[in-house]
Design a protein around this ligand. Structure first.
Ligand SMILES: [Zn+2]
Length: 279
């Protein structure tokens, strides 16, 4: 029987894209056009999405997912040239398969470096990957996770990843986490958003991060509203003008124009179709 988090699955947007053949039933890979692929993990409640983007010489892998499937093997089935692996931020559901790659590129930020050095606590993994977090239809019923270290190299804001006729520039977008970044491609007006925005309940993990989150969202709304967003959970593509609405929502929270519901030690804010959970 469907778990409660699966009630909206399968999500409709995926019907718009061609499914790409690959050998692991854990992943679903979708061709978004222009040699951009969404790597979706629909059988775990995070519904995390990683992206594989090809240039003329190199390809970029944006995040490595939960670490339940073999991301390296998947990438090898799609591409036989150099792959640049970049992490959007240090949360466990985006860095799980880092260890499978020779080198991972991470943002030079204390939160990120600390995760790379110390790993993710086993307790956090156990809490977030319980039996009920796997779909009733999952090809893998349960997969106990433990963090494995990887080799990494750091980059700064403004770094350009040049794939050959396709370039992505790093922008720093703190708020969801202190170490959140996005990748921007101005020629094609593409924005890889990580967890700063995706079409589901948003999270701000500490209250002191929220001020940064408000500023980040305001900047994004001003600069990137005519870009295509590629988001890291649930559904891959969103129109950039949603950023204007999210920014309004955040301003209302900041100005205390919206009340919140208390859930344990969390505050939940809701406005129109938007929802934010804050610690
Ligand atoms: Zn996250």
């Amino acid at each position: 029987m469907k778990r409660s988090w699966e009630k909206d699955l399968p999500r409709k947007q995926y019907q718009n894209y061609k499914r790409v053949e690959q050998s692991q039933p854990w992943f679903e890979v979708y061709d978004l056009g222009n040699q951009i692929y969404a790597i979706y993990e629909p059988y775990q409640f995070q519904e995390v999405i990683s992206y594989f983007i090809m240039g003329e010489e190199k390809a970029l892998l944006w995040d490595t997912g939960n670490g339940i499937g073999n991301m390296k093997q998947l990438v090898n089935e799609l591409w036989d040239k150099e792959v640049i692996v970049v992490n959007s931020h240090s949360h466990f559901d985006h860095i799980g398969s880092n260890y499978q790659f020779d080198i991972v590129h991470v943002f030079e930020h204390p939160t990120m470096i600390s995760t790379m050095e110390k790993g993710i606590e086993q307790e956090i993994l156990d809490q977030n990957y319980g039996l009920e977090t796997y779909s009733y239809q999952s090809p893998i019923a349960y997969h106990p996770l433990r963090y494995r270290r990887c080799k990494y190299e750091t980059f700064k804001e403004g770094t350009v990843f040049d794939l050959g006729r396709r370039r992505f520039t790093v922008i720093y977008t703190p708020g969801h986490s202190a170490d959140s970044i996005m990748l921007v491609n101005d020629e094609e007006k593409l924005l890889l958003t990580g967890d700063t925005y995706y079409p589901a309940q948003l999270y701000c993990f500490t209250e002191d991060l929220f001020d940064m989150y408000v500023k980040t969202m305001q900047m994004l709304a001003e600069v990137y509203a005519d870009y295509t967003l590629m988001t890291s959970h649930n559904e891959p593509i969103c129109e950039g003008n949603i950023l204007i609405e999210v920014s309004k929502f955040f301003q209302k929270i900041k100005n205390e124009e919206i009340s919140y519901k208390t859930i344990g030690n969390l505050k939940e804010y809701e406005w129109n179709s938007f929802n934010l959970l804050m610690k």
